[in-house]
Design a protein around this ligand. Structure first.
Ligand code: ISE
Length: 337
């Protein structure tokens, strides 16, 4: 029988996931959608064939025809829906970040532990990206020796006017914060620093862009991450893993190479939805399969919590310019696989 899913939050990513779950992913049916803006919920409902519409998340969560919940509201509204889903004993997939503060993430971790069941998956889709998985597999062969340095870029063509300096960490670098320790075999962040270079002329008033984040793991691996969200030339994600006996580079999306006008050229992806479209598909299929099998995959609530702690330290460093410690207090038994 299909897993019956309700979606809370019908903005851009909510609509994308609704269509994806209804028409691409196997073994699942979207039965309800919810948004505080009824018009938004109705529009999403139409996209998936006309399903039940709610404006109150609690009502959707308690609908007997909703077995599991997908949360796609803005990050600062995640907490209540996730806690209510846990109370109802229903599995919940939430888009990243888990919530926007470490304190709220901790409430979710505590509630999940108290429920005794693994119910939460955080939508850090890069763990499902083919390229990152290929890099991980190469590291795991051992042929390149141990990873030492990670050189990464997270560039976007431009951002909306409400994108803030803090969001360079909490909304953007949060992906590298989650994926890199996983990539190199389960290391943990130890200390982080954010350095502010000269501000680009392309940034809107008040936004500090680009930013350089230096992050060191407990195992001594150093990451240099350039966040540059007004680069003007496309969505450009790079990750180079410098190891003891060689170097591994994340593959870029493949486009034809053209030769014309004395120039060799290759396109760059336009935005994150297109760059990670396949990863979202694989991620949600895995979530559905796991929920049906009573198992879990991807990033846990604990991963979401430690990412938020790391983000808090980086945001602190944005202001102090100093290196800040990442203190998680250690993984509870509940989350040890
Ligand atoms: C967006 O929400 C994402 O998750 C993208 O992957 C990231 O590149 C972008 O900066 C965020 O705003």
């Amino acid at each position: 029988m299909d897993l019956r899913v309700g979606i809370i939050g019908c903005g851009m990513i909510g609509k994308e996931h609704a269509k994806r779950l209804q028409y691409k992913i196997q073994g699942v049916t979207v039965t309800a959608v919810c948004d505080v803006f009824e018009e938004g919920a109705k529009a999403a409902s139409e996209l998936v064939g006309g399903v039940r519409v709610y404006t109150d998340a609690a009502e959707l969560i308690n609908d007997p025809e909703v077995d599991a919940v997908v949360v796609t509201t803005p990050g600062n509204y995640h907490k209540d829906s996730i806690l209510k889903a846990i109370t109802a004993g229903k599995p919940v997939f939430t888009e990243k970040p888990l919530t926007t503060t470490a304190a709220e993430c901790k409430e979710i971790v505590d509630a999940e532990i108290a429920s005794g069941k693994h119910l939460v998956q955080v939508g850090f889709m890069r763990r499902y990206d083919r390229g990152y998985n290929q890099v991980k597999e190469l590291i795991e062969t051992g042929e390149f020796g141990a990873p030492l340095v990670l050189k990464c870029t997270h560039r976007a063509e431009s951002v909306a006017d409400d994108y803030t300096t803090e969001m360079a960490v909490t909304d953007t670098a949060i992906h590298e914060i989650d994926v890199l320790p996983w990539l190199i075999g389960g290391d943990e962040w130890d200390e982080v620093q954010c350095i502010m270079p000269k501000i680009t002329k392309n940034a809107h008033e008040g936004l500090k862009d680009p930013q350089v984040m230096i992050m060191k793991t407990k195992g001594g691996v150093v990451c240099m991450l350039e966040v540059n969200v007004n680069c003007g030339f496309g969505y450009d994600i790079n990750c180079e893993v410098v190891c003891e006996d060689g170097v591994i580079n994340l593959p870029c999306p493949s486009f034809p190479t053209t030769r014309r006008n004395f120039e060799v050229a290759t396109a760059i992806e336009k935005n994150w939805i297109l760059r990670f479209i396949d990863s979202y598909d694989v991620e949600l299929q895995d979530w559905v399969d796991n929920v049906k099998a009573g198992t879990t995959g991807g990033s846990s609530a604990w991963d979401g919590y430690t990412a938020a702690i790391t983000a808090d330290a980086l945001v602190a460093s944005q202001k102090t310019g100093k290196t800040e410690k990442v203190i998680t207090g250690g993984m509870p038994e509940f989350y040890k696989k």
